[in-house]
Design a protein around this ligand. Sequence first.
Ligand code: HEM
Ligand code: HEM
Length: 186
Amino acid sequence: MATASVGAAVDRYPAVIIVLHWTMAGLILATIPIGWRMGDLEPGPLQDTLYHTHRSIGVTVLALAILRIVSRRTLGVPPPHPALAPWQRTLSVAVHHLLYVLFFVVPILGWAGTSAFGAPIIVWGLFELPPILPVDRPLSEILLGAHGLFSQTLAGLVILHVAGALYHALLRRDGVMQRMLFGRTG
Ligand code: HEM
Ligand code: HEM
């Protein structure tokens, strides 16, 4: 299994995966609060911009998730950190798997729900994503409701994940955090 730097004390993730991790983390952490706020605003240019931005970020997350899975398969990832207790290993692998599932489920439900609503999905003002469902308002309500529910699940898992990462970085200081960072190898 390929790992990052040969002979280094830290068994890092490949650079491409580190870049994808932090880019996707930034996008997801931006689009969740936008999603929470945009529906409460008065209809108008600001609300339109937030909807377009939210959808564009979501579509980008979906595209990067595909790239991330391909990178993971071709470059490999380090085995679980040896400092993890068996229950921590099981929990972190389960959370990572669920996060990967939600990287697809959440944007695809948003795409399907927006298609069924009949609104255009214009990605970063560059091109329009084709609808994947015909217009059907009651179905759109169900799909966007599920989109909201799964995005709350995603937010909950991110909190758990970040708490775990900070626990290792600040309290245990066992090198788990370094695996997802660039920097000194020792
Ligand atoms: C929306 C925010 C985030 C998401 C969706 C996310 C997702 C993920 C996923 C899916 C993995 C598994 C990588 C793989 O095996 O392919 C991972 C690993 C990791 N993440 Fe995050 N992450 C987020 C934010 C953060 C933050 C803020 C931190 C630090 C405070 C962090 C620290 C780490 C570390 C250290 C690893 C490697 C864990 C290990 O080696 O076992 N993540 N993250
Ligand atoms: C990782 C990607 C995404 C995340 C984390 C996310 C997150 C969210 C969140 C937190 C909400 C608010 C839900 C609520 O208040 O109940 C929301 C609403 C919404 N999202 Fe997303 N979203 C993503 C991708 C997308 C995509 C790709 C689209 C469409 C192409 C989309 C379309 C919508 C729409 C139309 C709403 C409003 C739903 C309503 O008002 O009922 N989202 N999203």
